[in-house]
Design a protein around this ligand. Structure first.
Ligand SMILES: O=P(O)(O)OC[C@H]1O[C@H](OP(=O)(O)OP(=O)(O)O)[C@H](O)[C@@H]1O
Ligand SMILES: O=c1cc[nH]c(=O)[nH]1
Ligand SMILES: [Mg+2]
Length: 214
């Protein structure tokens, strides 16, 4: 698992602003900070990808360069994933894209449990591609796990990365147990989940903070 906050960097500044109840009132800033964390995570992931050597013609000669070998597919869980998706797309600007409509609904008969509802999924062929699954909050991990398995009907990727801004031990353990083949990339890892399955201290509801209450 990779953790942006493991070493002090500008990522800490973005994360602090994302968590701050006063700064959160500015939705544009909130979305932009999520996007910026996405750009940083995408850059970190890019360091692990495979490149082929190419020669690029400059006005003065030929420059030995590198170009991505495997196509990247960015797969994002709506709604809260959208600003994070944009950050990844700023970096992997030629990526193909998949979108999944998933949200935490309530189970019948219990106020304290939920099941992930999924009602929209679209994806290019994933066979042999580098898949990056994007969602800012890794809480229980159910949304990401369900999404990963649903996406496999579009083909088996060569490798899968999961990127989130804030995670928690419960969600990390869940994904490492259920889908150990996926590599995890997080901005920060927080203390725990509360009784409503929100990350504490976390930042609140990333979807609502980006786009308003629903
Ligand atoms: O790890 P989990 O326990 O599955 O929870 C995380 C999910 O919860 C949030 O979505 P939410 O259901 O709030 O939908 P939204 O993006 O529309 O706000 C978040 O964006 C994740 O998708
Ligand atoms: O803390 C959490 C958990 C799930 N979804 C959020 O937006 N925040
Ligand atoms: Mg939400």
């Amino acid at each position: 698992m990779f953790l942006l906050s493991q070493k002090p960097s500008i990522a800490d500044h973005y994360l602090a602003e994302l968590r701050d109840v006063d700064i959160q009132k500015d939705r544009m800033k909130f979305r932009r900070n999520i996007e910026r964390v996405g750009e940083l995570l995408a850059y970190e992931i890019s360091k692990t990808l495979t490149y082929r050597t190419v020669s690029v013609k400059t006005p003065l000669g030929d420059a030995p360069s590198r170009s991505l070998l495997q196509p990247v597919v960015l797969a994002t869980i709506l709604r809260a994933g959208l600003p994070l998706h944009q950050g990844f797309l700023n970096v992997f600007d030629q990526a193909d894209n998949a979108f999944i409509g998933a949200y935490r609904g309530h189970n019948i008969g219990s106020d304290e449990e939920f099941q992930v509802e999924m009602d929209y999924i679209t994806s290019p062929d994933l066979t042999g591609k580098t898949l990056i699954l994007i969602d800012p909050m890794l809480a229980t991990g159910s949304s990401l796990e369900k999404t990963y398995h649903a996406l496999l009907r579009f083909g088996i990727p060569a490798q899968t990365h999961i990127a989130a801004v804030i995670g928690c031990p419960e969600g990390v353990n869940y994904l490492q147990k259920r889908i150990p083949q996926c590599r995890l990339w997080l901005g920060a890892i927080d203390q725990k989940l509360n009784e409503q399955f929100y990350i504490v201290p976390g930042l609140g509801d990333a979807g609502d903070l980006s786009y308003g209450p629903k």
